[in-house]
Design a protein around this ligand. Structure first.
Ligand SMILES: Nc1ncnc2c1ncn2[C@@H]1O[C@H](COP(=O)(O)OP(=O)(O)O)[C@@H](O)[C@H]1O
Ligand SMILES: [Mg+2]
Length: 395
């Protein structure tokens, strides 16, 4: 740094602008130089200056000495070729020349530095320092040691990869177990049915009742397996985002429910034009579960009402909040956190059958799309399940 000539002027500058922290310093001769030295010395990043002509070190601060593992005495007046492996020195000087020739700041986001303390990774900025004629005189370098951050990032990435692999393996395992359970279950149910049909005359009433219980249990287990497979598939299926028509999907589910349960009196109101940027197959599974629940948990009402729509006041950014609401049996908000866990049910199977996997599936689907799902309800006062999904338009 060639600043001898202009040091007094700088002193005058500082003296003219009193500041509580530097004013006392400014009164001493060469105050600016003294102050700048202190700053450069104490800054936690490596700061170095090289001569523009032969690229020899002209300055290096304390952080630089520590990082390089070299004292100033060894460093000053030497070039990169005297200090570092040839390939590294070539890289450093190439960047130096680029900075000085183009007279621009060069930002090197990651460069390895082989030191006696092992490899350190640096984020370096190189700045040309020009003289009054605009000729490059010095090269200023500022390097941040990002080794720890890099290691942490790599560890995090590795942990994530391992967790994903473990989860995929578990998912594949449960999928194949569930799948393999189906065949023996079909046999149990099939032979029980055959016994009931073909040997009814040889079985007394109690024997037939037992067999019907076997069949019922087998069918319940088949439902469980199907639901588990659906849950598993929602995690494995590739996500294909397109324009999903939630209005049409919800109405299709309602039509299906009306056909299987024609005796029910249910007013269903589905908002027009509900769309999201989401995988239509997965959204269909989610709506099937939500509308199916609303249908099921209103089944004891002579006249029920189900509503599917959006909550515009809950809109955040690109996501819309959708809801499925019913005026059925509702639930106790004390246990609301449990609802979305697999196998958790707040209602007895004797009153409302089910496997407790539906809402877990809904949550997985919504989360895979980057959204969230939550529930509100009260005992005997209905339930509302909310979920957010990205939309392709501003409402
Ligand atoms: N619309 C609803 N009204 C009242 N309770 C609900 C509703 N939807 C879900 N629940 C509660 O959440 C539990 C979990 O739901 P879900 O995972 O779909 O299981 P399932 O429908 O098989 O019982 C249900 O057993 C019920 O207790
Ligand atoms: Mg359900």
């Amino acid at each position: 740094m060639d600043r001898e000539g202009d040091a007094p002027a700088d002193d005058a500058e500082i003296a003219k602008k009193p500041s509580s922290s530097i004013a006392p310093v400014a009164e001493t001769p060469h105050a600016t130089e003294w102050l700048l030295d202190a700053i450069v010395e104490n800054i936690p990043n490596m700061i170095f200056v090289k001569d523009a002509e032969n690229l020899e070190f002209a300055l290096c601060n304390r952080a630089g000495e520590a990082l390089l593992g070299l004292s100033r005495d060894t460093l000053l007046g030497k070039s990169d070729f005297d200090l570092f492996p040839r390939a590294d020195a070539e890289f450093f000087q190439k960047k130096d020349r680029e900075t000085l020739e183009k007279k621009v700041l060069v930002d090197i986001t990651e460069e390895p530095l082989r030191t006696d303390n092992g490899v350190r990774w640096l984020h370096t900025k190189k700045v040309p320092i020009l003289d009054a004629e605009g000729r490059p005189r010095f090269l200023l370098g500022i390097s941040e040691d990002i080794t720890d951050r890099k290691l942490a990032d790599a560890a995090l990435r590795e942990a994530k990869t391992r967790a994903e692999a473990a989860s995929a393996e578990l998912e594949a395992f449960s999928y194949s177990v569930a799948h393999d359970l189906r065949a023996p279950l079909r046999a149990i149910d099939g032979y029980s049915e055959a016994l009931l049909d073909d040997y009814a005359d040889k079985l007394d009433d109690e024997g037939q009742r037992h067999l019907r219980s076997v069949r019922k249990a087998a069918q319940r287990m088949a439902d469980l397996i199907d639901d588990l497979l659906t849950l598993s598939r929602t995690s494995r299926a590739e996500l294909r985002r397109e324009r999903a028509d939630l209005t049409a999907l919800a109405r299709a589910t309602v039509d299906r429910l009306r056909r299987t349960d024609p005796g029910r009196a249910v007013d269903v109101i589905v908002e027009e034009g509900l769309t999201a940027l989401a995988d239509p197959r997965l959204v269909a599974v989610a709506l099937d579960n939500l509308v199916g629940n609303a249908w099921k948990f209103t089944s004891k009402k002579p006249h029920a009402r189900i509503e599917v729509g959006t909550a515009p006041q809950q809109r955040t950014g690109d996501a819309a909040t959708f809801f499925v609401r019913d005026d059925g049996v509702g639930f106790d908000m004390t246990y609301v956190e449990k609802l979305f866990n697999p196998f958790q049910r707040l209602h007895a199977p004797s009153e409302y059958d089910g496997t407790g996997i539906g809402l877990a599936t809904v949550q997985r689907i919504v989360r895979r799309h980057g959204g969230r799902a939550w529930a509100e309800g009260a005992v005997h006062a209905g339930a509302t399940i909310y979920f957010t999904l990205e939309t392709d338009e501003d409402r």
